[in-house]
Design a protein around this ligand. Structure first.
Ligand code: SF4
Ligand code: F3S
Ligand code: FES
Length: 248
């Protein structure tokens, strides 16, 4: 069964833009990305949208639908009533390139700032032995499809451009936590998480966890445990004494 839906889509580039209204056909089983593609095919051939897999796995089609970060390819039209106006805008935290396509290079920059997995020099490939529980812990974090909706929604940078240089965002604080929890990682990640990547900015609002399409418990399983690890280190009396002695 098909019907005509009201769509309001943000269009613009170079820092300028506005919402434009369209009426567009919707068929049974379709998702928001299908409707954007129909708009391209029938009314606005130059409407820019990034997508790849149309299966919720590449993380490319992140956008804001009725003000909430969503994957366009996983948002069914059946979740809206037929007379509802569906408003589609680009992710707000990142600069717009054109229409619904944002420049997410902030995230790649942050990824590069995190030193990679650092195993002890004496352990050779093939000699790694891990407990199943450690494998499973990091597997949850590795489900990340890098849609960057968690970073997009986090209030620390969403409305505060000035915080971007000092905050890696939940996606990469989770990466730091994953590495810190790895039994074979010997890099010291606790001080840098706090001092360079802004772990202290996170006040556990959990908005990141709410929007994650992979249902990763970013806050409970990565950010809070990482905060606890940092606190354990800082308030460990031996570490405190060591810091005192070496800072003299
Ligand atoms: Fe997306 Fe979840 Fe990965 Fe964040 S943690 S980038 S919301 S998949
Ligand atoms: Fe931001 Fe998530 Fe913390 S939304 S404040 S990183 S819990
Ligand atoms: Fe790949 Fe939507 S197109 S996640």
């Amino acid at each position: 069964m098909s019907y005509k839906a009201k769509f309001r889509v943000w269009r613009g580039e170079g820092g300028e833009g506005k919402l434009e209204d369209f009426t567009v056909e919707v068929n049974e089983g379709e998702v928001v990305l299908d409707i954007i593609h129909r708009l391209q095919a029938t009314q606005v051939p130059d409407l820019a949208v990034r997508w790849n897999c149309k299966a919720g796995k590449c993380g490319s089609c992140s956008m804001e639908i009725n003000g909430r970060p969503k994957l366009g390819c996983m948002t069914r039209m059946s979740t809206f009533t037929e007379d509802e106006t569906v408003t589609v805008t680009p992710m707000r935290t990142f600069p717009v390139i054109k229409d619904l396509v944002t420049d997410v290079s902030f995230n790649y920059k942050k990824a590069r700032e995190i030193p990679s997995f650092t195993p002890p020099a004496e352990v050779k490939p093939g000699e790694f032995r891990m407990q199943q529980i450690d494998v499973e812990r990091s597997q949850e974090f590795r489900k990340c499809i890098e849609c960057f909706m968690c970073n997009n929604v986090c209030h620390v940078i969403r409305d505060h451009e000035e915080n971007k240089s000092n905050f890696a965002g939940p996606r990469f604080l989770m990466r730091i936590a994953e590495l810190d929890m790895h039994p074979y990682d010997v890099a010291d990640r606790k001080d840098s998480a706090q001092e360079e990547h802004g772990l202290g900015f996170c006040n556990i609002t959990k908005c990141c966890t709410e929007v994650c399409p992979e249902h990763i418990k970013i806050t409970d399983n990565a950010l809070i445990p990482m905060k606890e690890r940092v606190v354990d280190r800082r308030y460990d009396p031996l570490v405190w004494l060591g810091n005192k002695i070496f800072k003299r």
